[in-house]
Design a protein around this ligand. Sequence first.
Ligand code: GRF
Length: 206
Amino acid sequence: MSQRLAVFVSGRGSNLESLLKGLAGHSTGTVVLVVSDRVGAPALDHARSAHIPTATVEADDGTGQLEILAAHAVDWIVLAGYLKRVPKAVVAHYRNRILNIHPALLPRHGGPGMYGLRVHEAVLTAGDTESGASVHLVDEEYDHGPVVAQRRVRVEPEDTPASLARRVLAAEHALLSEVVIAAVEGRLRTEDDRAWIEGANCLSAE
Ligand code: GRF
């Protein structure tokens, strides 16, 4: 039976757009709702173009989010460029069924305020020779739940935060679809504080 996905967005929605393309033709997972904390988020236009219901909900105590998620019988939540902390009540209800894409190799360069170009600035400042994308299960803290899979990219000597962001974003797009498809197909495994995709090389190289 097809798994029903809600995608949470805050910004331009390139990860949402990429995920919709990645899921096309996969009957096991369907995006049934797109939620944003921002009325004007451009990502909501992607949802409307794809005739997917949208909702703008405050990230408060989670009551509003849980109501709209239940109304659409959502099985999984995917955070795709979503910048707010997920309320504890939502994390508790969807334990191990909320995935987030982060533009760095967690646990490095994650946590409160670490989003957008700031992440890539931190990677360059740290002198890291590689970066990449991480998909992790969401818990009560920012970028803190168990990492499910990562995709690594090189950091080039001439990189700027913007050039590195572009390279990492391409890795994010590929990784997010790969992990979400595995999750809706029942291949995401968790044990204690670990999570992985059964049968996958979790550090798929760029
Ligand atoms: C991406 O790097 C994502 O990882 C981060 O926000 C950036 C923009 O995402 N959270 P999108 O284009 O809105 O999907």
